[in-house]
Ligand binder design. Structure first.
Ligand code: SF4
Ligand code: SF4
Length: 188
C-alpha cells in the first residue's frame, strides 16, 4: 500500500514536470504566488495549494479542481516565485491533462471561450471581438448577454462586424499546424 502511494506520487508529479518542463519539486510553499494572484478569491484551491497537491500526487483532486480553469494566465505567480517555478505553465498543463483524461469539465464557459478565441486567431490571424462575443453567447446559450452594452459600443464605433483576415493568415495557420501534435495530446 505504501509502495503504491509512493509510486502514484512519483508518477503524477513526474507527468506534470515532464509535460510542462517545470520542476515542481523546488516549490517550498512560501505562498508568494497566491499572494499576487488577482483571481485567487474565486479559486477553490490557491496556486500554492495546487502545487502542494501535485507534489503529494493527489491527481484526482488537482484535475477535478476549477482552479486551473479560473487562472487568467497573467503570469504574476510565475514572476514572483523565488524558485522560478512557472506556475502559469503548470496551470496550462493541468487544463490540457484534465481534458485529455476526461475529467468533468469545470467552468465549461471558460473552455468554450478559449476554443472560440483560438478559432478566431487561427482562421483570421486576429481576433474579431464582435464575432467572438456573438459566438460565445450562442455557444453558452446566453443569447442576450451584454446586448445593450454591445449596441452602445457599436453606435460609438468601438466595435464592428468587419474585420477581415490578415494578409499573413497562412503563416498563423502553419503555427497552429505545428502545435497540433501537442494540442492533440491535450484537448482533442
Ligand atoms: S511562489 Fe513558488 S515556491 Fe512559493 S509557493 Fe508559489 S510555487 Fe511554491
Ligand atoms: S497566472 Fe493564473 S495562477 Fe498565476 S497569478 Fe495569474 S491568474 Fe493566478
Amino acid at each position: 500500500m505504501i509502495y503504491q502511494l509512493n509510486a502514484n506520487v512519483r508518477n503524477f508529479g513526474e507527468t506534470i514536470s515532464e509535460l510542462s518542463g517545470v520542476d515542481i519539486s523546488t516549490c517550498y510553499q512560501c505562498g508568494k504566488c497566491t499572494a499576487g494572484c488577482p483571481v485567487v478569491m474565486e479559486m477553490s484551491h490557491t496556486p500554492n495549494q495546487i502545487m502542494r497537491l501535485i507534489q503529494l500526487g493527489l491527481k484526482d483532486e488537482v484535475l477535478s479542481s476549477p482552479t486551473p480553469w479560473l487562472c487568467a494566465s497573467c503570469e504574476t505567480c510565475t514572476t514572483r516565485c523565488p524558485k522560478e517555478v512557472d506556475i502559469a505553465k503548470i496551470m496550462d498543463t493541468l487544463r490540457i491533462l484534465a481534458l485529455k483524461e476526461g475529467y468533468k469539465r469545470k467552468e465549461p464557459n471558460v473552455v468554450a471561450f478559449n476554443k472560440i478565441f483560438l478559432d478566431s486567431i487561427k482562421n483570421n490571424g486576429r481576433l474579431q471581438e464582435t464575432k467572438l462575443a456573438m459566438a460565445f453567447n450562442f455557444k453558452t446559450l446566453q443569447f442576450f448577454k451584454d446586448m445593450m452594452l454591445g449596441q452602445k459600443l457599436f453606435m460609438k464605433g468601438k466595435i464592428s462586424f468587419s474585420g477581415d483576415a490578415i494578409s499573413g493568415v497562412d503563416a498563423v495557420k502553419a503555427i497552429f499546424e505545428r502545435s497540433k501534435g501537442f494540442l492533440d495530446k491535450g484537448e482533442r
